[in-house]
Design a protein around this ligand. Sequence first.
Ligand SMILES: *Cc1c(COP(=O)(O)O)cnc(C)c1O
Length: 387
Amino acid sequence: MMTTFNKAIVDFVQDTYQTKDFIPLHAPTFIGNEMDYLKQTIDSTFVSSVGEYVNQFESQIEQFTQSRKAVATVNGTSALHIALLMAGVKPHDLVLTQSMTFVATCNVIHHMGAEPLFIDVSRKSLGLCPTAAAEYLTAHTFINAQGHCQHKTSNQIIRAMVPMHTFGHPAELDELASVCKHWNITLVEDAAESLGSYYKGRHTGTIGKFSALSFNGNKIITTGGGGMLLCASETDGIRAKHITTTAKIAHPYEFEHDEAGFNYRMPNLNAALGCAQMEVLPLFLRKKRELAEHYQAFFKQSEFEFIAEPEYAKSNYWLNAIICPDEASRKSLLSYTNEQGVMTRPVWRLMHKQKMFSYAKQGVLTNSEWLEGRLVNLPSMPLLSGT
Ligand SMILES: *Cc1c(COP(=O)(O)O)cnc(C)c1O
């Protein structure tokens, strides 16, 4: 019974992609002006830290997301690093985040000298659960004389909260923002996976004070490697640009820097690729939605639950995911599909189980553990034949 349905899934995916060859989970798609813009960049010799494509790419992202200010960076991780720095995270601080996330979210907390504090995800959104966060904060913290949220036993300050929009599905942002407001915590969105996803009509990454997008090769659009820091205020955006570009004071030939900055600026060559990819993003989004609907219809009559966008959101359906009826069927599905050349993947090993974060404080993680045992990602490249 189990194995027959595994075969039905493989047949369905092969049929969908019209191939018996290896089908990856996600791969970049270049069907627009990528070659033209790259050639122009190379011909101009401005391939590196100076060039117009970076500015153009930033404006395209600002327009698309309606973000106040976008700052292009070398990758999503560096954008998230600067987001935490700008949020005022200090050594020994605590940063609330989900255990069910990609490791980069926690690495940047560590690089700030701070510690992650793991909160459960909601079953509906797969993102940080506002109820779980409020419960943890009520039980374990208080607002101190300076107005900061302080941990009762360790006295650490809870400075920021970083929800992640898992697989492109927007987290419950209004509720999370209200928890943050109540406890005086800065909201930073890890929107690395959610370009093109909307929360109640607003683009993800524009609700928090800061947020990060990623354009890594496996994301919905790619610049090879790249990221973008979104800032809710113009002033913060200007400062973010300054510190990601070595904090140099503008001058025709003098090298004066007013603080220890970062060399996180996206090279012009990568931005050229980004400009071309932004032109096809609306098409990718339409096609990914069609693919998700196709999967959803297929799994409707099965024991597997397709993860649909939460009712308040419009998701980019970056990675399609299903929940298997139990851990045994998940294991059997993963091994069968990968043997057959249809790539599927479990969710990331939970962060509190990774050895470098096993020390971290945590709330009750029931949903995270439950999902870890059952979730499988399916091939999610947009289907572009016939367009
Ligand atoms: C991809 C990703 C990142 C990091 O992006 P890079 O561009 O690879 O540095 C961060 N967080 C999440 C959740 C991601 O999926």
